[in-house]
Design a protein around this ligand. Structure first.
Ligand SMILES: Nc1ncnc2c1ncn2[C@@H]1O[C@H](COP(=O)(O)OP(=O)(O)O)[C@@H](O)[C@H]1O
Ligand SMILES: [Mg+2]
Length: 273
């Protein structure tokens, strides 16, 4: 690993994410208190640098306070209220291209063995969804840096984990179609033609025919798991997880499940239209 002196300097808190407490910007770096899989994030970011993938921060090392130091990626990140461009189709498609680029770049990293177990409720049923790569798994508007109107980099790899491409695509649809009843979405995302947008995302990502046939079922299964996982994390980890739970994320997931069940057939047909 490179020898590197990580300078100290004025610390500017980075707000807007949901979970990471103590995240700061120092000059052209960010410092992240290590997450539950900090070594995996480090190794993935180093791999991305090695293969020349531009769309992620660079890993710089660990600073004197034990935090991971990464490059600060200049650009626009959508906070709340959402910017007026958040639902633009071209922006959405650029996120699909970025995620596809990431997935292709990370594939050669392989599936690491002996990862610490994810913090999940005991007894969650197995998904029967063999992993193909270490997915990003959190492609929210807050975790994409845009430059010149296009998605330029993914940030926040804390939820990276071995997953299938179908599962990466579910995450992409979830945040960028996006999925859920209009009333439960940010106002800027209401009234969109979601079947059309899912189809466009699938084409831009290059989703296989087999995966088109199974992503809706997978999405429903994952949404069900998400309720249990979020609740478990709120109960056991507290912090941002507990805050999100008390702000009603569980009810949002339940409402999304109802919407998904009512719309899955239409969305699935659109993916094949
Ligand atoms: N490497 C980075 N480059 C640019 N901005 C960043 C970077 N890391 C974090 N940020 C900014 O800080 C916000 C919160 O960081 P994030 O890593 O997403 O934390 P959380 O885990 O709380 O979601 C992001 O939405 C983004 O605006
Ligand atoms: Mg984030």
């Amino acid at each position: 690993m490179r020898a590197l002196v990580i300078e100290d300097g004025e610390e500017i808190p980075l707000l807007g994410g949901d979970v990471t407490e103590g995240l700061v910007r120092v000059g052209d770096t960010v410092r992240r208190p290590p997450g539950e899989r900090a070594e995996l994030v480090r190794d993935v970011l180093l791999h991305l640098e090695k293969v020349g993938f531009e769309g992620a921060p660079r890993y710089l090392g660990v600073d004197s306070a034990g935090r991971q130091a990464l490059t600060y990626v200049e650009g626009e990140v959508a906070g709340r209220p959402r910017p007026s461009w958040i639902a633009d189709e071209d922006r959405m498609l650029s996120v699909a291209r970025l995620l596809r680029g990431y997935d292709d770049a990370v594939e050669g990293f392989g599936i690491p063995v002996n990862l610490p177990a994810p913090i999940e409720p005991p007894g969650l049923p197995d998904l029967d969804d063999p992993p193909e790569l270490v997915g990003h798994q959190d492609v929210t508007p807050e975790n994409v840096v845009f430059r010149e109107g296009r998605a330029y980099a993914l940030i926040d790899f804390d939820l990276a984990r071995p997953v299938s491409r179908a599962r990466e695509f579910v995450n992409l649809m979830l945040w960028w179609a996006p999925l859920g009843a209009d009333a439960d979405l940010d106002p800027e995302f209401r009234g969109l033609d979601r079947p059309r947008r899912c189809r466009l995302l699938a084409d831009e990502y290059g989703l296989s025919t087999a995966d088109r046939g199974r992503v809706l079922g997978l999405c429903i299964a994952l949404n069900e798991r998400a309720w249990h996982t979020m609740k478990y994390r709120a109960d056991t980890l507290g912090g941002g997880w507990a805050r999100m739970w008390s702000e009603g994320v569980g009810d949002k997931i339940r409402a999304r499940q109802t919407w998904l069940q009512a719309n899955a057939d239409t969305l699935r047909s659109a993916l094949f239209s």
